[in-house]
Design a protein around this ligand. Structure first.
Ligand code: HEM
Length: 449
């Protein structure tokens, strides 16, 4: 299918077979990104942009050049930077016990803060979950977590959220560039850009003054070391200071909104299906109990919990169309020739609702992920993190966060529907912004111990 929105044309690839063919079999031709405004002026035909992207592009803040990870052009520069990010995430604990300990510490803070609230009052958990998830990335990137009431932390999160979520104004700025000069129109975003830039510069300075090249403490340290290596491709620095700043912000952004929204969809479904929530709690009680924190080693024993998380991500993928791709050379997809330069949207949602692979896909039914032995099993057509060369860089981290934060919360609390709030069903459509999020909702929280 071909769609035209706001003067932009894109091919939308739908259904599991087509999405897999496009992203995996023909990945060599479909893994580019459309240029973003400010990205070296490579053309505006299929330009995509957001204020967040602009922060990463504008000379006033983070300089011009091809972007770090998410919006980077497919090629050697992107490949090296992606490899660097994956190695850095692993080095600082992703895939090892270190990250479990870090996430469990954060879960402890989250639980403590929730307990401080009057349990009878319905609570919107989103800001707390967002703080917890952001802190996990903060500790990986900056080597520190923030207290949830620290004003510096909120300033940072606000700037990033504002820039990321103000998608509409980014289109206005793109379509009517002269409006960018109009006083007051985008001053808020400009201020956010400035604050973010200042925050990043300060934290880099602090790190640089105490850097031990043989013992990097976090991703900023690793980037500072890499900057000194002066690695180049075609005369361009792979790890410039500009890349360091924007790369951190990109990781931060890609990692917080998506994970927070997924957890909020999980909580909304727990409230909607109390019997399934009870089943998860029984599983946690049986295999972990109340006496210790959950570990990733518990994951294989918690088949239903895994199934519930997977089903939430199947029905409510927070990035249903992934991130826009671009065709780098004429390619045949499902028999059609798609010309070079076409924007391509991979409809992950359609693959996860493809009736050829999913029985009654519209039903929320975690048991579809359990095999006859009641073990958790995921089919190939489950792809909330996408597929192929551009598959989510933070998938491993996100999976650990989802499992540990959800099990920690359900070990301690029961979430239910407050009588004075609209039924969860009303909220299931969600809100489509940069990611697909729940409509704001409040839950009643009862302590289990
Ligand atoms: C539940 C949480 C998450 C979901 C559902 C998710 C999903 C996705 C999806 C669908 C894409 C687009 C892939 C494509 O274009 O085909 C993506 C890209 C990306 N994600 Fe995630 N993500 C999550 C968490 C994270 C985390 C925690 C991080 C960082 C630590 C992260 C970093 C990235 C990056 C850097 C990219 C761009 C990769 C590239 O273009 O090479 N994500 N993610």
């Amino acid at each position: 299918m071909c769609v035209h929105v706001l003067g932009i044309s894109a091919v939308v690839v739908s259904g599991y077979d087509a999405v897999k063919e496009a992203l995996v079999n023909k990945g060599e031709f479909t893994s580019d990104r459309p240029p973003v405004s400010g990205d070296g002026g490579e053309g505006k035909k299929h330009t995509m942009v957001s204020p967040f992207v602009r922060v990463c592009c504008e000379p006033s803040s983070f300089g011009i050049g091809s972007l770090s990870y998410i919006f980077a052009k497919y090629g050697e520069m992107w490949r090296r930077r992606r490899r660097f990010a994956l190695t850095a995430l692993r080095h600082f604990g992703v895939g090892r016990r270190v990250i479990e300990t870090r996430i469990n510490e954060e879960a402890y803070h989250l639980i403590t803060v929730i307990r401080e609230y009057d349990n009878d009052k319905p609570l919107d958990l989103r800001p707390f979950v967002n703080n917890a998830v952001s802190n996990v990335i903060c500790s990986l990137c900056f080597g520190q977590r923030f207290e949830y009431d620290d004003p510096k932390f909120h300033k940072l999160l606000d700037c990033i959220n504002n820039l990321f979520s103000a998608g509409i104004s980014s289109w206005v700025r793109l379509k009517f560039p002269f409006l960018r000069k109009v006083p007051f129109l985008f001053t808020g975003l400009k201020e956010d850009e400035k604050k973010l830039n200042k925050f990043m510069s300060e934290i880099r300075l602090e790190h640089a003054s105490t850097l031990d090249p043989n013992d990097p403490r976090d991703i900023i340290d690793t980037l500072l070391i890499k900057e000194r290596s002066a690695e180049q491709i075609d005369g361009k620095d792979v790890f410039s200071s500009v890349f360091s700043k924007r790369g951190i912000i990109e990781l931060f952004n890609a990692g917080t909104d998506t994970t927070t929204n997924t957890i909020m969809w999980i909580i909304l479904n727990l409230v909607k299906f109390p019997d399934l929530q009870l089943k998860i709690q029984q599983e946690i009680d049986q295999h972990i109990g109340q006496g210790r924190t959950p570990l990733m080693a518990d994951k294989p024993n918690l088949a239903f919990t895994n199934a519930f998380i997977a089903e939430t991500q199947r029905v409510f993928p927070v990035a249903p169309l992934a991130v826009p791709h671009q065709i780098s050379d004429d390619v045949r997809l499902q028999g059609y020739i798609i010309p070079k330069g076409t924007m391509m949207l991979a409809n992950l949602w359609s693959a996860q609702n493809d009736t050829k692979y999913w029985k009654d896909p519209e039903q929320f039914d975690p048991s579809r992920f359990l095999n006859p032995e009641k073990m958790f099993e995921r089919g190939d057509s489950w792809m909330p993190f996408s597929l192929g060369k551009r598959i989510c860089l933070g998938e491993q981290l996100a999976k650990v966060e989802l499992f540990l934060l959800v099990t920690n919360l359900l070990q301690r609390f029961t979430f239910s529907h407050p009588r004075d709030q609209p039924e969860p069903d009303v909220r299931m459509q969600g809100v489509m912004g940069m990611t697909w999020s729940t409509v704001p909702f409040k839950v009643k929280i009862s302590s289990r111990s």
